[in-house]
Design a protein around this ligand. Sequence first.
Ligand code: URA
Length: 246
Amino acid sequence: MPAERLQKLLARSGYGSRRSAELVIAAGRVTVDGIVAILGTRADPDTQRIEVDGERIRLEPDDVTIVLNKPTGIVVTAVDDRGRQTVFDILHDPPPHLRYVGRLDRDTSGLLLLTTEGELAHRLTHPRYEVMKTYEASVDGQVADGALQRLRQGVMLEDGMTAPAVVEQLPGDTPPTNLRVVIHEGRNRQVRRMFEAVGHHVARLRRTAFGPVSLDDLAPGASRVVTPQELAALRALVGLGPQNEA
Ligand code: URA
């Protein structure tokens, strides 16, 4: 691991924010290989011994945010009481504290975000931030203009009116049975229920984007860590600064 600023390393070891870690350093309580550190000191925790009050620090693993292309048939839950395969069963070596950001139905495929960062997960699913989710729906029957208009304006579901949505035909799809739907709400089975409300059964549903993060050509069942640019964009959307900035 390359040398990093001590205040960042201390903040990752349970010494509070970087600001409070700076106070610990300024108080002369931190040593690197036995030498008292000053503000601005950098160290490599893999090769150097960093101590606070004579005790070696222990680093928490960095937070991680993952994109999974969830196949259909997989359940988004920590443990399924019916013993069905969950998203955690198909991830390779998921880190501790990884949690999903919102859910997808068992029959829905596509982009599922998972993160170890609790505050990020909380905000990305909070209605206040209105994070846009993009879906591709294949529906039974031909969707008339009137139905498209109703979906765009909002339809009445049993838990209230839906917010205005973007609903458009996928290129080359005439008559319209394959549609792109962009909504910021995240109610249970919302897209399926929206189409039911205008008389169409959704035969296939896939989420292709969550805010600024897209599925692109990630294979079904495969996962990847979000890029630093995607993470910064996700965090900015929900009013969080750069990662680990305290
Ligand atoms: N809308 C649905 O109907 N299902 C999902 O999984 C997500 C959105």
